[in-house]
Unconditional design. Sequence first.
Length: 387
Amino acid sequence: MRRIYFDHSATTPVHPLVAEEIERYLTGENFGNPSSLHYFGRVAHKALDEAREKAARAIGAETGEIIFTGGGTESDNMAIHGAAYTNSKRGNHIITSGVEHHAVLHAVKALEKQGFEVTVLPVDHYGMVNVEDVKNAITDQTTLISVMHANNEVGTIMPIAEIGRLARERQIIFHVDAVQSFGKIPVNVDELGVNLLTISGHKIYGPKGVGLLYVRKGTRWRQTLVHGGAQERLRRAGTENVPGIAGLGKAMELAVANMAEESRRLAALRDRLFKEVPARFSDVEITGHPSVRLPNHVSFVFRYIEGESMLLSLDMQGIAASSGSACTSGSLEPSHVLLGMGYPHEIAHGSLRLTLGKDNTEEDVEYFLDVMEPIVARLRAMSPLSA
């Protein structure tokens, strides 16, 4: 059966050149502990230094501002908890948005239970935060703002540079989750005005289980989650995942080198889907901003169809996609992002997300459009809500 992968926001295949880089530190003599002083340790430590240089160069940072972690969720939690506790004597107010990844939302909710005050900002129908809302939410107790660069479910790109300027004027620490944006659109820490920034390896054709946290020099932040050894300059204890970090550095280097050309190619496929799907199917709406969005990101809501049914039907035809809906404990819950954008439950249940990647082609898009027609017709015929 033909297999098409349209779920690159969930994870990506490891790039062959990244796999080669990982293998270098899994085999032969390159297995040392980077904290060891002997030859084997020095080889491993050099791999970390090289990966740190690649990562820093890719986002316009200094090497000393890069902390390697176990992934995006850990980086988000380190950023938020570290900033909140380090600055708790100055204030205890945190601002975020209602459409953040759960790694951010659950982190701030955990802090709220410990006495911090949290303001969760609404978004508009496109899933975008209003900079004026951020400005109006700031108090003299605000020490941290955390807003994602681009939304994982609807692809909308947030006004990060504007929020960054506002945070800098008010001397507030600004954290940005760039897990979905890095490698697809420019991510430069100075241009965005961030203090803390999160990246994950497996979203950019790198390995799973590795990521990084950027911490701007001079930012009042200290790690509060992982205690132990002196790794990562006392900022993240535990023996470093040398093969994974080497792979992450290579993946970031490749992502930046190929970004402009690849983004244009993917945007053309995206725009074809945005044109063809509403033309072929009734009662379909594009979700997220129509133009200020990731170049590889396509998302819709189909009225009178359940998202999970679409996914299962597409999977039977060899197409991997995703939905804003998630099955938890046997009950289908609609996306918190779509609900936050104002969609009612019954419409939010019919979400479909297609996120494109380096191996996708025009033929893949054509195949999707062809197989989707009978799927929609069949599911709507079965729906008691469809006229």
